[in-house]
Design a protein around this ligand. Structure first.
Ligand code: C2E
Ligand code: CA
Ligand code: CA
Length: 422
């Protein structure tokens, strides 16, 4: 096992201890009892749960998407009711630490609002009579349904939709963590072509998830969830490690100084040890750091101070920096010179228009001119036809990438492609 891989596993083990767990309960099984220490809140994924008081009186019947035992997220102490699985159940268990972990990763204003509401809820409960300090908002949904009929509004539907989204997200997050542990992620490679002589000069590393049941899953389906949780850091590290592992063999096959261009989510900028971590990974593998490029998107530059500090440190370790999907984010051309960027990647949405739309051509020409004024090289993404290639060449872009040359392919296919090209 690579050193980095065992680190990923260590991280995972420590994270899993505090993170949402998933557990099945049999019909009739006790989930928690009165007077037990509160350790988790629960979200019902499947099945039904009854909340009962000490006299076996049912206080609430809950179903999929509902949360109970949530006081565990708010304060320590003992349970004040019993929770029993009234059917076979699948539950997510969430600890207090998880909630605060999650809150560190969201918008600070929302985090502040949640903290205030939690505190207010806690203070209000202190003044409630004991009889209603139960573990669940008893049949809240039923009460709201009644009110809905009277007012002709649909808050229940809204709540249920949000519950469904939240549940799906929680489920994907769980699956991603398990997939890292089971090593289901691999890099695919898409060639980047030098347009002056049509040679492969590098590849972009693109993550793929091979799930035993669902088959290959594309990043658009899981990167957003990975970015909202703190999983992206592990996936990006893994792709960098894999890139460092495969690069020497690809260079050997092509007999050139190929580079690999690795995606780095802007979320990583919050990690103050990012550049040391990346430096260590590259050093371990004995490759030249200038043969690694990091691709960051425009949105990663929104917090300009944070981005400038992170990029300057990365630049100092000698890696190349590419600005990805250029033109799709907050495109102020004026900020470009502020950041230590070497390459500009023009988003494929512009390239896809060029054969039908004069405006598309003008935009690319303007971007390429600007980039050249700042001494940046330009990669045009999404070249799909000979005609696209021709126009892109005329506009002065140095490099091209797209299905016209090759879709992203496995390492073995990349080796074969290099053999064919050289
Ligand atoms: P991206 O960085 O813009 O990557 C290029 C995407 O465009 C790839 O999709 C590629 O398959 C697709 N593409 C390339 N040429 C063409 C073309 O000619 N036509 C069309 N229609 N599409 C083309 P993919 O692999 O599905 O990746 C989607 C996005 O997921 C990437 O967009 C990137 O933002 C993200 N991503 C992929 N791997 C990683 C990773 O390791 N870390 C992070 N943070 N993000 C990643
Ligand atoms: Ca990219
Ligand atoms: Ca891109």
């Amino acid at each position: 096992m690579l050193k980095g891989q065992s680190k990923v596993k260590d991280n995972l083990a420590s994270n899993l201890a505090s993170y949402a767990r998933r557990r099945s309960y049999k019909k009739g099984e006790i989930i928690f009892k009165e007077n037990e220490e509160r350790t988790y809140a629960f979200i019902i994924e499947k099945g039904k749960v009854s909340i009962k008081d000490e006299n076996e009186k049912t206080l609430a019947k809950l179903g999929a998407g509902e949360i109970f035992g949530e006081m565990a997220l708010i304060e320590e102490g003992q349970r004040t009711a019993n929770a029993i699985a009234s059917t076979q159940c699948e539950l997510f268990l969430i600890s207090r630490d998880t909630l605060f972990d999650k809150m560190n990763n969201i918008d600070p204003l929302i985090s502040l609002l949640i903290s205030m509401l939690v505190e207010r809820y806690r203070m209000t409960r202190i003044h409630l009579p004991e009889s209603i300090k139960q573990e669940s908002p008893a049949d809240l949904i039923d009460i709201m349904r009644e009110r809905e009929k009277e007012t002709n509004s649909s808050p229940v539907k809204d709540i249920l939709t949000s519950q469904k989204i939240a549940l799906n997200e929680l489920k994907t997050e769980q699956e991603l963590r398990q997939a890292i542990e089971k090593k289901e992620f691999s890099p695919f490679f898409q060639p980047i072509i030098r347009l002056s002589d049509n040679k492969i000069v590098g590849f972009e590393t693109l993550i793929r998830w091979f799930n035993p049941e669902k088959g290959m899953i594309f990043p658009d389906e899981f990167i957003p969830v990975a970015e909202r949780t703190n999983i992206i850091d592990m996936l990006d590290s893994l792709m960098l490690e894999k890139s460092c592992e495969f690069l020497p063999k690809l260079q050997e096959t092509s007999n050139t100084d190929l580079f690999l261009s690795v995606n780095l989510s802007g979320i990583n900028f919050e990690n103050e040890h990012l550049s040391e971590k990346i430096n260590q990974t590259i050093k371990k593998s004995n490759i030249n750091q200038s043969h690694i490029r990091l691709e960051i998107t425009e949105s990663a530059l929104i917090n300009a101070e944070l981005a400038l500090s992170a990029l300057s440190k990365l630049k100092r370790i000698g890696v190349g920096i590419a600005l990805d999907d250029f033109g799709t984010g907050y495109s102020s051309l004026g900020y470009l010179h502020k950041f230590p960027i070497d390459i500009l990647k023009i988003d494929r949405s512009f390239v896809s228009q060029i054969s039908t739309d004069e405006k598309g051509i003008d935009i690319i020409r303007a971007i390429a001119n600007l980039a050249h004024n700042f001494r940046l090289k330009v990669v045009a993404e999404g070249i799909e036809t000979k005609e696209d290639e021709q126009i892109i060449k005329e506009l002065g872009c140095e490099y091209g990438q797209g299905y016209y040359y090759s879709k992203p392919i496995s390492y073995e296919e990349a080796v074969n492609l290099l053999k064919e090209f050289s």
